[in-house]
Design a protein around this ligand. Structure first.
Ligand SMILES: Cc1ncc(COP(=O)(O)O)c(C=O)c1O
Length: 421
């Protein structure tokens, strides 16, 4: 047995056990998708776990655009953008994205994950300080770790705590720059950032730079789905807007947008994933362009998404589930203990609903949720069905009774504590 095998064996055995007990919910192979419905084995289920919020991944106009691009540029890019994989479609999309989010320039990467890692890593260094929300996405923490900057986490969506941490860091002295990184919409809780409160921190530190990861806000928040900064009418005060194509924009890929063209030029030549990893295939780029076209023409999709989500929130409240006020399409069912969440998810699946449990470290320990997320293409019958099943299971597992209020008591997570200075 190798040392590596020794290290991995207990985990592999744990997964085998979970599979044998029928609780293992991850990596389920989907045989076919119709958007709001999917086929797994020979069963058709209602999908309420997808980030395809506008239901555009199956829109014939988007599919056609991707197919045409395949014909013109082929299936693979043939290299990184730096070398021979840069295509006219990438540059056209960058112009379109910059305009969409209200910034001068944008730069496309192959995934959202590598956008965060590449950008934060190449822009920041050991002399800098990065203030991060404790519940930020793993890609942000990876970027911070790679940069070597001093990472200062603050309580989730708590600008007061961020301010205290900022003042303490200023007192200790900062040689380089201070970057605050937060998200427009948090992927597990569905919380929208209290952006104006965070931007007000600039009063204490005029050189503060703000980086907004709007992976789950683009296409969903603000007028015509232009994102969270537009929602709060403060695009000009956010220095960097990051977005992904893997959610509402029905594709894969990511981008960073800013008014600072020189910073963007630096990133173009220093972001490691941009230089050393293959470019986003043209078909994926074309799908994003076509999604933006549809969104331009049919902004009512955003309204429909909000109406559906509001219906779900009210439905969950009637069942007795604790639901926070929010305007995002992510509505977690707060369960608490991890094992109950696994049971609940398994039974949802057995009843025909595809939704996954989010457990530690995606959420704090003992505060597991079932993440349900909705699409503008869900029909009323889908929502009726999901509410009926959730009600039945919530009663069975006594979920309203079990739910422990987590507001204001967000526990430390390992991924954060390993970075705290
Ligand atoms: C907030 C946030 N940022 C970045 C990413 C990474 O994006 P992608 O999946 O497009 O690589 C995700 C993915 O879920 C995310 O939720």
């Amino acid at each position: 047995m190798t040392l590596l095998n020794e290290r991995c064996k207990p985990f592999a055995e744990y997964v085998d056990q979970a599979k044998a007990c029928g609780f293992y919910p991850y990596f389920r192979p989907i045989a076919q998708s119709w958007g709001p419905e999917v086929q797994v084995d020979d069963r058709r289920l209602v999908m309420v776990g997808s980030n395809d919020y506008l239901g555009l991944a199956h829109d014939p106009r988007v599919v056609d655009a991707a197919a045409k691009a395949l014909g013109r540029w082929g299936t693979g890019p043939g290299g990184s953008r730096f070398l021979c994989g840069n295509m006219t479609v990438h540059e056209a999309l960058e112009e379109r994205l910059a305009d969409f989010v209200g910034k001068r320039k944008a730069l496309v990467h192959t995934t959202g994950f590598t956008t965060n890692v590449g950008v934060i890593d190449c822009l920041l260094g050991p002399e800098d300080v990065i203030l991060v929300d404790r519940e930020n996405h793993s890609s942000i923490f990876e970027g911070c770790r790679a940069s070597g900057a001093r990472v200062v986490p603050f309580k989730h969506n708590d600008a007061g705590d961020a301010r205290r941490k900022l003042l303490r860091a200023l007192e200790r002295g900062i040689q380089g720059c201070v970057l605050l990184v937060t998200e427009g919409v948090f992927s597990m809780s569905g919380d929208a950032v209290l952006l104006p409160d965070f931007l007000a921190l600039g009063d204490d530190c005029p050189s503060l730079l703000v980086y907004l990861d709007d992976a789950h806000g683009l296409g969903v928040m603000g007028p015509h789905g232009r994102g969270t900064a537009a929602r709060f009418a403060c695009t000009g005060r956010v220095d960097y807007i990051m977005g992904t194509f893997s959610k509402a924009l029905a594709s894969v890929g990511g981008f960073i947008a800013t008014d600072d063209e020189q910073v963007l030029e630096f990133v173009r030549h220093h972001s490691k994933p941009l230089i050393f990893s293959a470019a986003l295939p043209a078909s994926a780029v074309a799908a994003v362009q076509a999604s933006l076209d549809v969104l331009d023409r049919e902004p009512e999709r955003v309204d429909r998404l909000r109406a559906i989500t509001e219906r779900v929130r009210n439905g969950y409240r009637e069942i007795g589930l604790k639901v926070r006020d929010s305007e995002t399409p992510i509505v977690p069912i707060h369960i608490g203990p991890e094992m109950t969440a696994y049971h609940f998810a398994q039974e949802l699946f057995a009843h025909g609903v595809f939704a996954l449990p989010a457990v530690y470290p995606a959420v704090p320990r003992g505060k597991a949720v079932i993440r349900t997320a909705f699409m503008s293409t869900h029909e009323d019958r889908h929502i009726d069905f999901v509410l009926e099943v959730v009600q039945k299971l919530a009663r069975k597992h006594d979920v309203p009774g079990r739910f422990a209020d987590s507001e204001g008591a967000v526990a430390e997570t390992a991924r954060v504590s390993s970075l705290v200075c």
